[in-house]
Ligand binder design. Structure first.
Ligand code: SAH
Length: 246
C-alpha cells in the first residue's frame, strides 16, 4: 500500500501512514484514523499520550527512503556526487547496471529524461519493478540482460556501473555513450578501481577524470552538546569517473 502521509513527531522521528482507515500506532502513542482523515497538511496532531505530530504529503525522498531492499543500495552521499560531477539533468539519457534494489536508477530517473537499467537476477528484477511502480516513475525501463554482453541504447549521456566487474562493461560503454558522455563506476574495493581505470585508459576511447571517496560526518547539535556523532557510516565505495572522447 502506498504511503499516504508522513507524520513527524516533535524531535524529528518520521512515521509513514499507509492506511488512513486505521489508527496510526507509534512509539509515542496512537493517532485515531478520524484525526488523520480530517487533518490538512501542516495541521498539529496529538496522540493519545499527548505527543505532538506534524503531518504532510510525502515528497519523493520520503517514498525513496522506504523502497524494498535486496542488494546493498548506494548511499545518498555517493549518489549526490554522481549527479553533481556528471551534471545529470532533465535532458539526460542514462544507462545503469546492475539494478540491484533499484535505488540508484530510481533516484536518477527522478531527475533525468530516461533511464534504462540492466539486471541479471530474476529476484532482484522483481524487486526493482515493484520499487519503480511504488515511486510512480514512468521514464525507467528495466532489462533482464547482462550488461557485459552489450548495451542496446545509443547516444547515452551517462552510464552508472555498480557491479562486481565494471571493467567488463567498458567496451559496451564506449559504443553506447555519446562523445563527452560519462561512465561512472562505484566499487567497494581498490583492486576493482585499479582494474576499471586500467581498462578505461587502455580502451582508447576515454579520458580518465578522477576517483573519489565521499566521507560524510554528521554532528549532534543539542544545546551545548555539539560534536560529531559517535557512530558514523563506515566505508561504502569509491567513485571513478571517466568521459568518452572518441
Ligand atoms: N546500485 C544498486 C545496487 C547494485 S548491486 C542500488 O543502488 O540499488 C549489484 C547488482 O548487479 C546485483 O543485483 C547483481 O545481480 C547485478 N549484476 C551483476 N553482474 C551483472 C551484469 N553483468 N549485468 C547486469 N547486472 C549485473
Amino acid at each position: 500500500m502506498a504511503i499516504k502521509k508522513i507524520l513527524v513527531a516533535s524531535g524529528g522521528k518520521k512515521f509513514y501512514v499507509r492506511d488512513m482507515d486505521k489508527d496510526m500506532h507509534t512509539q509515542y502513542g496512537y493517532i485515531p484514523s478520524a484525526d488523520l482523515k480530517k487533518a490538512k497538511d501542516g495541521a498539529k496532531l496529538v496522540s493519545n499520550t499527548g505527543k505532538e505530530f506534524g503531518i504532510f504529503t510525502p515528497f519523493f525522498i520520503d517514498m525513496y527512503e522506504r523502497i524494498k531492499r535486496s542488494a546493498q543500495i548506494i548511499p545518498l552521499k555517493d549518489l549526490g556526487s554522481i549527479i553533481t560531477v556528471t551534471g545529470i539533468s532533465k535532458n539526460s539519457k542514462i544507462v545503469d547496471a546492475g539494478a540491484g534494489s533499484g535505488a540508484l536508477c530510481c533516484f536518477l530517473a527522478s531527475i533525468a529524461k530516461e533511464v534504462v537499467t540492466y539486471e541479471i537476477r530474476d529476484d532482484f528484477f522483481d524487486i526493482v519493478k515493484t520499487n519503480i511502480e511504488n515511486l510512480g516513475l514512468k521514464n525507467i525501463k528495466i532489462k533482464k540482460q547482462d550488461i557485459y554482453l552489450g548495451i542496446d541504447e545509443k547516444n547515452i549521456d551517462a552510464i552508472t556501473l555498480d557491479l562486481p566487474e565494471p571493467w567488463k562493461a567498458v567496451p559496451a560503454a564506449a559504443k553506447s555513450l555519446k562523445t563527452g558522455g560519462f561512465v561512472v563506476s562505484y566499487s567497494p574495493t581498490i583492486p576493482q578501481v585499479m582494474d576499471f581505470v586500467n581498462s578505461i585508459t587502455t580502451d582508447g576511447n576515454f579520458v580518465y577524470i578522477k576517483t573519489i571517496e565521499i566521507i560524510e560526518r554528521e554532528w549532534d547539535v543539542e544545546g551545548r552538546k555539539v560534536r560529531p556523532k559517535s557512530q558514523a557510516i563506515g566505508h561504502s565505495g569509491f567513485l571513478t569517473f571517466a568521459r568518452k572522447i572518441r
